[in-house]
Design a protein around this ligand. Structure first.
Ligand code: UD1
Length: 371
């Protein structure tokens, strides 16, 4: 079976390719080697596994996509522009790469639809907007994002109409979608476009709503990369991580190898066809706890700086309920946060990129995204 992986040279894609190869699949990668992620030299990352058939190109290049689909049996669609803050000013670029890219891919899949046995699309927890909460009467609520006036006062938690603090709980797939950034809107579009297309043409299709994925190979120089990569990079250079808000905001960190395994399982099973599934660890951890765990594991006596600043478009809490994926796919994570962090640190120590400069803080300030 030949699998096309769009965006296959990225952090998550490379692990999916690796696990596909281990299972004997033929793997074709289409990736534009975006300089923001891969650096200016635009060469294939050294972490790419041996044995993939690699093509540099854009997912909006219809001729190329057609050529690559000619002998393909399944498609894993990861190609997208990635960066929540950046999506708020490079709007055309984000919509074009993510939405038009998906549109072109789907039109081309349609031409060979009888051969495509599976389509899996990378969606994101960002499409939920804020997570799920309960009020003091125990009722489930889906609050809107915090108003700017509240953030300006430094009141970080979600409040109900009586200004009582709401308690965060795990997010289920039933939660109404409230994407809050152009990136999130694009992710929702990608998910819904693929699922609607799959239903209409009876192509088994699955969407994974990934939570905060972490692990080795995450781009370190990209100012829009994830918080674990940003903090690890800082600590390795003996600098203090800069924590936004009060640091008590919670996320769900799922290890990249666990994530890749879910993709392979979905490829090989029909039990989740037509579903959009949370792909997280089911655990939650605060940003301050992340900084402290990383410092501990790295043996650094560095205290994070709690800035009291806030990032435009940030949600307060979001962590996954993973009952559906466990029940339907039989998947569950193998890594804990701490074990996962060790894989990242081993990689960082062996990487020549250790000293990669990452001024995400300065970049956000420059772009007016940090208040
Ligand atoms: C966002 C998206 C997610 C996407 C990911 C990577 C949302 C809700 N989620 O996740 O779908 O996959 O980006 O693009 O839009 N933080 C600091 N200091 C820093 C950096 C971050 O305190 O230097 C905090 C942030 O304010 C946030 C948390 O760490 O509270 C996580 O941030 P990040 O890793 O960027 O991921 P999300 O915003 O959760």
């Amino acid at each position: 079976m030949r699998v096309l992986v769009t965006g296959g040279a990225g952090f998550i894609g490379s692990y999916i390719c690796e696990q596909l190869l281990e299972k004997g699949y033929e793997v074709v990668v289409l990736d534009n080697l975006d300089p923001q992620i891969h650096g200016e030299q635009a060469s294939w990352p050294t972490y790419m596994p041996e044995g993939t058939e690699n093509h540099i190109g854009d997912v909006r290049d219809r001729e190329l996509v057609r050529k690559l689909l000619a002998k393909t049996d399944a498609v894993i669609h990861l190609a997208a522009a990635v960066g929540v803050g950046q999506s708020m000013y490079k709007i055309e670029h984000y919509c074009s790469v993510s939405v038009m890219g998906t549109a072109i891919l789907l039109e081309e899949i349609l031409r060979v639809k009888d051969r495509i046995k599976k389509l899996i699309v990378a969606s994101s927890m960002s499409i939920y907007g804020e997570g799920e909460y309960v009020n003091d009467k125990g009722g489930r609520v889906f609050p809107a994002s915090r108003p700017l006036s509240q953030l300006k006062e430094g009141i970080w938690e979600l409040l109900d109409s009586d200004r009582k603090v709401l308690k965060p709980i795990q997010v289920t797939e039933e939660k109404p979608l409230k994407p809050d950034s152009i990136y999130a809107i694009n992710k929702r579009d990608q998910e819904e476009m693929c699922l609607a297309f799959g239903r209409a043409y009876e192509i088994p299709t699955v969407a994974f709503r990934m939570f905060n994925v972490f692990g080795a190979r995450q781009a370190l120089g990209n100012p829009y990369t994830g918080v674990v990569a940003i903090f690890s990079n800082k600590l390795l250079q003996d600098e203090a991580p800069m924590v936004f808000e009060d640091g008590h905001q919670k996320r769900d960190f799922v290890h990249v190898e666990d994530v890749a395994r879910a993709y392979i399982m979905a490829l090989e099973s029909s039990s989740v066809d037509g579903y959009a599934l949370n792909l997280g660890s089911g655990d939650s951890i605060s940003v301050l706890e992340i900084a402290k765990t990383l410092a501990n594991v790295m043996n650094k006596n560095i205290t994070p700086v709690v800035t009291g600043k806030y990032r435009d478009g940030d949600i307060r809490h979001c962590f996954a309920n993973i009952d559906l994926i466990k029940e339907k796919l039989g998947w569950e994570p193998k890594y804990t946060f701490e074990n996962g962090v060790r894989t990242l640190l081993d990689w960082l120590k062996s990487e020549s990129g250790i000293k990669t400069k990452n001024d995400s803080f300065e970049e956000l300030k420059k772009m007016g995204l940090l208040k």
